[in-house]
Design a binder for this molecule. Sequence first.
Ligand SMILES: Cc1cc2nc3c(=O)[nH]c(=O)nc-3n(C[C@H](O)[C@H](O)[C@H](O)COP(=O)(O)OP(=O)(O)OC[C@H]3O[C@@H](n4cnc5c(N)ncnc54)[C@H](O)[C@@H]3O)c2cc1C
Length: 401
Amino acid sequence: MDRIVIIGAGEAGTRAAFALRETGFAGSVTLVGTEPHLPYERPPLSKPLDGAVQMKQICGAEALQGAGIAYLQGVSAMTIDPDARSVTLSDGGALAYDRLLLATGARPRRLACPGAGRALDFRTYADAESIFSRAIPGASVAIIGGGLIGMELAAVLRAKGIAVSVIEMAEKPLGRAVPPRFAARLHARHEDEGVAFHLGQGIAEITDDAVVLSDGSPVPADIVVSAIGVVADMVLAETAGLAIANGILTDNCLRTGDPNILAAGDCAAVAQPGGGHMRFESWRNARAQAEVAARNLAGGSEIFGAIPWFWTDQYDLGLQVAGLPRPEHQSVTRPLEGGELEFYLDGGRLVAAAGLGLGNSVAKDIKLAEMLMAAGIRPDPAVLADPGVNLKALLKSARAA
Ligand SMILES: Cc1cc2nc3c(=O)[nH]c(=O)nc-3n(C[C@H](O)[C@H](O)[C@H](O)COP(=O)(O)OP(=O)(O)OC[C@H]3O[C@@H](n4cnc5c(N)ncnc54)[C@H](O)[C@@H]3O)c2cc1C
């Protein structure tokens, strides 16, 4: 077993390539990436510094070379033949592999209304450049979709003084991943900053100068951005005959139905202990899965069990969510200086935590909450709610017990 091919040079694919070397794997590692850049991080695209899009590289060419990773930049994998264990490439070449990692990520979901071709996507560096080069003061921008990416973009554009409308089909923005308490606070902050919301509205049409809502009213827009979510990129997996659903289906060790092919990151739907599969779109998930996938590509059988975690920055506020808060959980809030934490208990057990505060102010507490979750504690809700009780001390006593 000495040839590993990784398809997709995003967070998951690139991290897996380096993690393979960290495990001591000495065979060949080839990283195939469609985009015409060195591997870069996506989160900074919606958090530009001083209004300029950031190209934050995951690694430089020297680091790739130093680790002995062959990076095929601007090359797409076209087909996989699982029986022959080979991959065909867009440059006419082919790669033989012993083990393969699919880290193909996700693609923007497409609008289906008339005029949809005028809407810009927001996934890649090229997308970000296209949006920010057009969104200049005086322009009006309509963002379709009030999820995390749409709301981050709204915050960045308002900070530049640009007129922003957010159009969302649900009655409230941020309804999918953000606990309602914090979604409402972020929504209110956007309203205070002057974002115009059109909620509970679908799109009838996009014209040359407006987005026409399902009730017939036009929202003027020089620029239209579609931020209605992503779908896992499963084209290669599907044509290779691998099982897919909401993502490429894997077992809890990130192996697909073909023992030589693993999947990680935004494209992977991973088997869960209680049944079913979960796909989780976040930067840390991509990295954590990549590390487990690398060890398993190199011969291990490690189960992926990291606690889901994501963050978002909007204006001067930072939100972090660890675990999967659900409406049926018992919630306990704790005030913080400049923010608030919320804990979620399931049958008395701490299963999730979220925090919203200035900048990075909730980071330490969310980290401690993650450790408390991993320790499996059943805290007294009154203790969790009390800002006078130090979470570190709680962790210490939980561990001692
Ligand atoms: C604007 C933006 C902001 C974000 N902000 C946050 C944030 O604040 N917090 C957070 O937790 N997460 C955030 N995310 C999500 C996070 O960036 C993703 O979850 C993470 O990048 C997923 O990594 P990935 O490697 O699985 O997929 P991707 O980053 O999508 O990488 C997959 C790569 O594979 C390539 N590829 C696909 N098919 C082929 C093929 N056939 N051949 C070769 N290459 C191929 C694609 O071109 C792509 O470059 C953000 C995402 C975006 C777009």
